[in-house]
Structures are given as C-alpha cells and as structure tokens.
Design a protein around this ligand. Sequence first.
Ligand code: FES
Length: 226
Amino acid sequence: MLFGAISGFLASFLLTIDKIKILKDAKFNPSCNINEVLNCKSVMLSKQAEVFGFPNSLIGIGAFAIFIAVAIALLGKVDFPRWFVDVVIGASTAGKIYAPLDGKRSVSSMTITTEDGSAGSRGKVTDFLPEIIERFNIEVVYSCGPMGMLKAVNEITEKYQIVHQCAVEESMACGIGVCMTCVIPLRGADGIIRMSRSCIEGPVVDGSSVIWSEPRTIPEGTLGAS
Ligand code: FES
C-alpha cells in the first residue's frame, strides 16, 4: 500500500509540474509524451483533465498523501476506527477465489491464501489470521466457510479474546424453522446448551456460543431445542 501510494503521489506531482510548464510555455513537451499516439499533452489539455476546474493531478496529490499517511500509520500499528475492513480469503486453488479484484476495491486490505500456492500465500486462512489480527489490531472477526474452518477461526479469536461472528454452514432443508435439519448446539446467555435451528437463530451466530467440539451431536447437558 505504501509503495503504491508513494508511486501515485510522485506521478501526480510530476503531472502537476508538467501542467504548470505547459501553461507557461505552450510548446513544452511533457515527459509522458512518448510519440504521436502515446501523447499525454493532449489529455492534459482536455476538459476531462480538469473536472473541477483545476488539474485532476492536484486531487491525486492530496489523495495519495492521505494514503501514504494511512500506510505509515498502519505500519506503526495505529489503532484505526472500525470502518477499516481487512479481508482474508482462502481456497484450495486460485480458480476458486471468488472475484478477488472486486473484493479488493471494497476493503482496506486483502490477503489471499491458497492451499496449493497458485495465488497469494500458500496455506490456509487460519495460518495468516493471527498475524493480521495483530498487525491491524482487529477487534471483530466475521467468518464464513466450512465448519472446520469456522472452528479453527474461533480458536484463534478466543485466544485473542475478540468477537467472532460466523455464518454457520449447516444443511438446511426447509430454511423456515420447521424441519430441524439445521440444528447446532448453542450455549445461550443463561449458560444452557440448546439444539438451535441455524436457519432461525442464525445463520450468523456468535462463535463463542457454538459448542464446536460436538457440532453434529447432542452434547451432554443439552436442554431441549429452540
Ligand atoms: S432448515 Fe428446516 S428448521 Fe432449519
């Protein structure tokens, strides 16, 4: 992020200098003019290059300066407000990573992992989650995926004592609370374990309330269903 922000800042800065030189001397040839086809001077003089009545590159200077500041702050482990979202997405292989570029545009950072190493870092999301929690000072983890992965994520969030909201992946036949195929053991606020319908109680539940050791059995002491 820091490298990209510095590159963007320098590019905006040089474009602004070139624009000033063109305004002083109409014959000035900016450094980005390569030939008659790859010619940035005509673009710099177009209306689109001054959407708000001044060179767009000035916006770039301001925006990239902010990104540089944020990147440096992240390196310094500054505690940012909760609207910063960092995503870890993993799959067995690169072809199974869903829309990584679209996702990357929507979040503060994205870490990709694949078990075969064909994209991002080799390994599972849970191999990298602890480092991300520490680096970005994460307070809440939202997870979805296979139950085994959710269980592993919950072990990590318990270790760091942070909130874990997970979308449980149980078979659902009716989806409206009638068939009871989707029950999982959940510990309520009263401390009692109940077989709860994930289609009604969830599917997003507090990870700390799930009895992960026995997800598809009825744990001892369970009191009825909800
Ligand atoms: S899917 Fe039927 S009760 Fe949940």
